[in-house]
Design a protein around this ligand. Structure first.
Ligand SMILES: C[S@@+](CC[C@H](N)C(=O)[O-])C[C@H]1O[C@@H](n2cnc3c(N)ncnc32)[C@H](O)[C@@H]1O
Length: 240
């Protein structure tokens, strides 16, 4: 398995929440879509609420939850982050997730402020976003130089083509400023998949030592600029 600095941080957050509450941690996954995170968290004993406007994604979530036998631990709410305050109670979640969400919403600051209101005392907000500079490098590496230049030049790091759903990508300082602007204290800012996406499967299959070496390098690179700043995704943890 490839190392994942984000999951490690979230697991630590959930252990702390379990100890604090003496019971199942409550997770709110906004834009949680088809349950890529919600289902594993429910399997680990969390009580998870997913808010997402897409009926198709929520149908997949229901199916996955049933298959994993955790339907009773997942609440699916069809709705938009714009009206989050009407959909979930204030201060009701130990861990609030905005993973792959802020790229698509109309107003990221308003979205984060509303999400911060859902964090229970002692809880945290986890934000995972696409890194615009990683996107530029990935286009270059795959020979798409015109797209790379478009991404580089675009005001918000989108491609700027019609029909594109994604409105923006982020850089490290832009992400930090966003959380701060929403009234949050940034406790951690790290990269996800700094070096691990660059290593071929055959290298890892060849020896357990390679897996361990990659895990160690990824953990260091995730927190070390400038390597952190070219990670595929940027991850921030904020508290109110
Ligand atoms: C790229 S997917 C991310 C899914 C999941 N969070 C993950 O990390 O794999 C984006 C999700 O955000 C949802 N979404 C888009 N705009 C939204 C909004 N305004 N409020 C809530 N969810 C939204 C989409 O329906 C989709 O399921």
């Amino acid at each position: 398995m490839r190392p994942d600095a984000v999951r490690r941080v979230l697991d630590a957050e959930l252990i702390a929440a379990r100890e604090r509450r003496g019971g199942a941690p409550r997770v709110l996954d906004v834009g949680g879509g088809s349950g890529v995170l919600a289902v594993p968290f429910a399997v680990d004993g969390c009580s998870v609420t997913v808010v997402d406007p897409s009926p198709n994604a929520l149908a997949t979530l229901h199916r996955r939850a049933q298959e994993a036998g955790v339907s009773d631990r997942i609440t699916a709410v069809q709705g938009d982050s714009d009206v989050l305050g009407e959909l979930v109670k204030p201060a009701s979640a130990d861990l609030v997730l905005a993973h792959g969400l802020l790229e698509f919403v109309d107003d990221p600051v308003a979205t984060l402020s509303a999400m911060a209101g859902a964090v229970a005392p002692g809880g945290a907000l986890s934000v995972l976003v696409a890194n615009r500079y990683a996107a530029v490098l990935q286009r270059v590496l795959s020979g798409k130089l015109i797209d790379a230049r478009r991404l580089f030049d675009h005001e918000t790091g989108a491609l700027g083509v019609s029909g594109e759903a994604l409105l923006r990508r982020f850089d490290t300082e832009g992400l930090r400023a966003l959380l701060t602007g929403a009234g949050l204290t940034v406790e951690l800012l790290q990269g996800q998949s700094v070096v691990s996406d660059l290593v071929g499967g055959s290298v890892l299959e060849s020896s357990p030592a390679a897996v361990e070496a990659l895990a160690e390098l990824e953990a260091l690179a995730a927190l070390t600029p400038p390597l952190r700043d070219i990670a595929t995704r940027l991850h921030a943890v904020g508290r109110g």
